[in-house]
Design a protein around this ligand. Structure first.
Ligand SMILES: O=C(O)c1ccccc1NCC(=O)[C@H](O)[C@H](O)COP(=O)(O)O
Length: 212
């Protein structure tokens, strides 16, 4: 099965267009104030309008309250909500309330961290295995941290899944070969500085997965 990609943290028309024309299956919009990729509702609406129907819009949220969800889901025309630091019960409630596909981010550093994935059965539609960011870090994702992919060896995935954390144009082919991921997610690996996406790196990443 060919691998597809979500380019996360897009915030300009030019870089969004590069992700779309390069073949991304998903584009990610971050709604988390401390992030350099945080979008206002209005900018999200402008960007969302550029996305063709075959590309899915994923909103990235950190244990969001109802007000934030109500503010961004329609404005960003979000097809899926990627939830970080959110309990299974809350994820299930958000899924019931919005009717949107739910991706549960599970932060991985050790094999024991994988156990959390099963707790999202019935609450989420997909697990995003992401690297655990360092204690005290400002963000739970988007920091270019990679986890040991061998932790996934032999793991019985409880749900469809995607691989994330520290991917870039140079390592994504190995990541796919090593883990068998059919969906990969990248943010800082296609940036020139935090929050600044780089068109050439986006193209290189998408080209790399096409030839994986
Ligand atoms: O990217 C952010 O700023 C962000 C902020 C708050 C929660 C999650 C965030 N990103 C989540 C993502 O989906 C990233 O693509 C993922 O963590 C991988 O990031 P990277 O290691 O930089 O490729």
């Amino acid at each position: 099965m060919p691998t597809t990609a979500k380019i996360c943290g897009l915030s300009t028309p030019t870089t969004l267009d590069a992700a779309i024309s390069g073949g991304a299956s998903h584009v990610g919009f971050v709604f988390f104030a401390p992030s350099p990729r945080n979008l206002s509702r209005d900018l999200a609406a402008q960007l969302a309008a550029r996305v063709p129907a075959h590309v899915r819009r994923v909103g990235v949220l950190v244990d969001p309250d109802d007000a934030l969800i109500e503010s961004v889901v329609d404005a960003g025309q979000l097809d899926a909500l990627q939830l970080h630091n959110t309990s299974p019960a809350r994820a299930a409630a958000i899924r019931a309330k919005t009717g949107r596909e739910i991706w549960a981010a599970v932060a991985i550093r050790t094999r024991m961290d994988l156990a959390a994935a099963a707790s999202f059965m019935g609450a989420a539609d997909r697990i995003l295995y992401d690297a655990k960011t360092p204690p005290g870090a400002a963000l739970p994702g988007g920091m270019g941290v990679r986890f040991d992919w061998s932790l996934l060896d032999g793991f019985r995935h409880p749900l469809p899944w995607a691989l994330s954390g520290g991917l870039d144009p140079a390592n994504v082919r190995d990541a796919i070969t090593r883990t068998g991921a059919t969906l990969v997610d990248v943010s800082s690996g296609v940036e020139s500085a935090p929050g600044i996406k780089d068109v050439a790196k986006i193209r290189a990443f998408l080209e790399a997965i096409r030839t994986a």
